[in-house]
Design a protein. Structure first.
Length: 221
């Protein structure tokens, strides 16, 4: 589990891939502190397991499934990546609950500067769009952000100067791909509201929760 607060920007120093396997080595410093083989590190929002530790880098194996379903496929030697160690119990939760399990790949449609902010419009697939809400949380390349606007599968987010400088998002431009993870809480709510009792387990009754019920309670419009 992660928070979406990027700890540092690393750089891919080795990228080895064939038709069956992929192994990535990332040069870094901060995230190596207290890290051991077997620990999890978020690389552009994708949870990877440390298989080897070096003096100034770590190596992780990437499943073919991860390459096919995420924007990691566009990385190569020299690419910069967002890095975050797994959340430590007792630490501050500065972002939101981020699992490191990518829901889809989004495409940046526009980047606009307004005073000290950068506004990004990111197009996401229907499968991801169903979980997004205004003012809710979203992780782009592992960075915790707030959904400022959402319509027609276009999610708008804003980056303050600190976020732009401390993450790879600050260098992204229109046409670039980003890993997208929706808020895990939204996924659970969606499942209980819109899926039948056959998905809730044997002997479980179907939830009585509905949009009408939420509207009456003041939780929806």
């Amino acid at each position: 589990m992660f928070t979406g607060i990027v700890e540092e920007i690393g750089q891919v120093s080795q990228w080895r891939q064939d038709s069956h396997n992929c192994r990535i080595t990332v040069s870094c410093s901060d995230v190596l502190t207290d890290t051991a083989v077997g620990d999890s590190i978020s690389v552009n929002g994708v949870c990877l397991t440390v298989s080897l530790l070096h003096n100034a880098s770590f190596t992780a194996d990437v499943m073919v499934e991860s390459l096919n379903k995420t924007a990691l496929i566009q990385l190569g030697t020299g690419s910069k990546v967002n890095l975050e160690r797994a959340l430590q119990i007792g630490g501050r939760l500065g972002g939101h609950w981020v699992t490191g399990h990518i829901d889809g790949v989004g495409t940046i449609r526009s980047v606009t500067r307004e005073r000290n902010s950068l506004w990004y419009e990111v197009e996401v697939a229907d499968a991801v769009a169903q979980w997004l809400v205004m003012k809710g949380s979203i992780a782009l390349d592992g960075t915790s952000l707030t959904v400022a606007d959402f319509r027609d599968n276009i999610c708008t987010v804003s980056l303050i100067p600190h976020t732009a400088e401390q993450t790879v998002l600050g260098e992204k431009k229109a046409g670039d791909l980003v890993n997208v993870e929706a808020d895990i809480l939204g996924k659970y709510v969606h499942k209980f509201m819109f899926q039948g009792k056959e998905n809730l387990g044997s002997g479980r009754e179907h939830s009585q929760l509905s949009l009408d019920h939420l509207r009456k309670a003041g939780f929806a419009q």
